[in-house]
Design a protein around this ligand. Structure first.
Ligand code: PMP
Length: 361
C-alpha cells in the first residue's frame, strides 16, 4: 500500500476472481464460462465494428437496448421499452451501481451468507453496511427470512456456488413483503433451467432484475450485462453510470450483443447441451458417492464425506483440471465445477474417478 492511499480503502478486501491461466494447460471448469464459442453472427458484427473504432461508442447503447427490450418482451410476454433496460460492462458493473444507488447508512444491503462473493465487496467499497442471512443447513435460501428485511435485498437466483433456485412465486413473496425497498434479483445463471422474474417488472416498482451475456451467451470476454426494471429505477442507475463511465460498453461488444440476440436459436441449443451434460455429470458423481446441491445452473456444487474439499481441488489441478474451491467455513468441503463440453466433462469424470479410487477403498 502506498502512503497516498485514502484511509477509506485501507481495509478494503478486494474480490478474488477465479484463476484465469493464459495457456491451454487446463480443462478450465472454474469460472462458469460457456465451453462454446460466441455465435458466428456476433463475431462478424464485432469485426465489422472495428472499422469505426476511431469514434466513441453510442453512450446510450440505443440499438442494443432496443433489440434487448424487444427480445425480453418476446421471451417473457412483457411490454418493456428501452427505458426499462440498462446495459453494463458485465453484470458486475450494474450490481455495483445498484449498491451505490440503493444502499446507504440507513438502508443496508441484505443477502445470503453463501452467495456471490462480490456482494460484500460492493458494499464495502461504497461504505454501506450489510447483513448476511444464513442459508438453511441444506444450503437453500428460505424466502420467509427475507420478509420485511429492512434493506436492499440482493438474491442471486439461481444462487451462486450452490446453483439452487427459488421459484418465481417465492421471489414474488419477497418483493411483495418489501414494498419500500429494492429487491435485486441477479439472474446470471437463469438460462439453465430456472424461472426468470422479468415478467414481474411491470407489476412491482421495487424489482430490479440483472442478467448477463457472460454465461449462456458465450460473451464473458466481451463484458456485457444488463438490468431490467421500472423506468425510474433505470434512470437512477443511469445517473450513476453517467457519473462514472458513460462509454461503459465498447463498440465491438455492443455489435456482438446485437448479433447474439439475433442468434437466439444458437444460445438455446447451447443451453440444452449444457443441461444434458449437467444431468450426465450428476449421475456419474452420485454414482461415485458425491453429495450435490440441486443445481439448475451451468455448474454443480459437490462434496464427498470422505474426501477433503481443498485436497480434491489440488489433486484435480495437478492432473490438469481446474475447479473452484472456496475457503468459507460452511462450504470448505465443497468444490464448484462448471459444466463444460461433454468431452471435457468425460475427462473430468475419469480423472475424478482415479482420484476417488485411490482415496476411498
Ligand atoms: N452474478 C453472479 C451470481 C455471478 O456468479 C457472476 C459471475 N462471476 C456475475 C454476477 C458477474 O458476471 P459478469 O460480470 O461476467 O456478467
Amino acid at each position: 500500500m502506498s502512503r497516498f492511499l485514502s484511509k477509506r480503502f485501507i481495509d478494503l478486501k478486494p474480490y478474488v476472481p477465479g484463476e484465469q491461466p493464459q495457456d491451454q494447460k487446463y480443462i478450465k471448469l472454474n469460472t462458469n464460462e460457456s465451453p462454446y464459442p460466441i455465435s458466428e453472427k456476433a463475431a462478424a458484427n464485432a469485426k465489422e465494428a472495428t472499422t469505426r473504432l476511431q469514434l466513441y461508442p453510442d453512450s446510450d447503447c440505443r440499438g442494443l437496448a432496443e433489440r434487448l427490450s424487444q427480445f425480453l418482451n418476446a421471451q417473457n410476454g412483457t411490454f418493456l421499452a428501452t427505458e426499462n433496460v440498462l446495459l453494463s460492462n458485465g453484470s458486475d458493473e450494474i450490481l455495483n451501481f445498484a449498491f451505490m444507488a440503493f444502499c446507504d447508512e440507513k438502508t443496508p444491503a441484505v443477502f445470503p451468507d453463501i452467495t456471490y462473493g462480490f456482494y460484500p465487496v460492493f458494499a464495502d467499497i461504497s461504505n454501506v453496511p450489510y447483513r448476511e442471512i444464513p442459508l438453511t443447513d441444506e444450503l437453500r435460501i428460505r424466502g420467509e427470512d427475507y420478509v420485511q428485511a429492512g434493506g436492499t435485498i440482493f438474491i442471486a437466483n439461481p444462487n451462486a456456488h450452490t446453483g439452487v433456485a427459488l421459484s418465481r412465486k417465492e421471489i414474488e413473496e419477497i418483493i411483495k413483503t418489501n414494498p419500500d425497498n429494492v429487491v435485486v434479483v441477479d439472474e446470471a445463471y437463469v438460462d439453465f433451467g430456472a424461472e426468470s422474474c422479468v415478467n414481474l417488472i411491470e407489476k412491482y416498482d421495487n424489482l430490479l432484475v440483472i442478467q448477463t451475456f457472460s454465461k449462456s451467451r458465450s460473451m464473458a470476454g466481451a463484458r456485457l450485462g444488463f438490468g431490467v426494471g421500472s423506468a425510474e429505477l433505470m434512470r437512477d442507475l443511469n445517473t450513476i453510470r453517467n457519473s462514472t463511465n458513460p462509454y461503459n460498453i465498447n463498440a465491438m461488444t455492443m455489435a456482438a450483443g446485437i448479433g447474439v440476440l439475433e442468434d437466439e436459436e444458437y444460445t438455446q441449443a447451447n443451453c440444452r447441451k449444457i443441461i444434458q451434460t449437467r444431468e450426465y455429470v450428476v449421475r456419474e458423481l452420485e454414482g461415485m458417492g458425491f453429495t450435490l446441491s440441486e443445481s439448475i445452473s451451468n455448474f454443480i456444487f459437490m462434496k464427498h464425506s470422505r474426501i477433503e474439499g481443498e485436497w480434491l481441488y489440488e489433486e484435480l489441478k495437478k492432473r490438469g483440471v481446474l475447479v473452484r474451491h472456496f475457503h468459507q467455513e460452511r462450504i470448505a468441503q465443497y468444490n464448484r465445477v462448471s459444466i463444460g463440453s461433454r468431452q471435457q466433462m468425460e475427462i473430468f469424470i475419469t480423472t475424478l474417478g482415479e482420484i476417488v479410487k485411490g482415496r476411498v477403498r
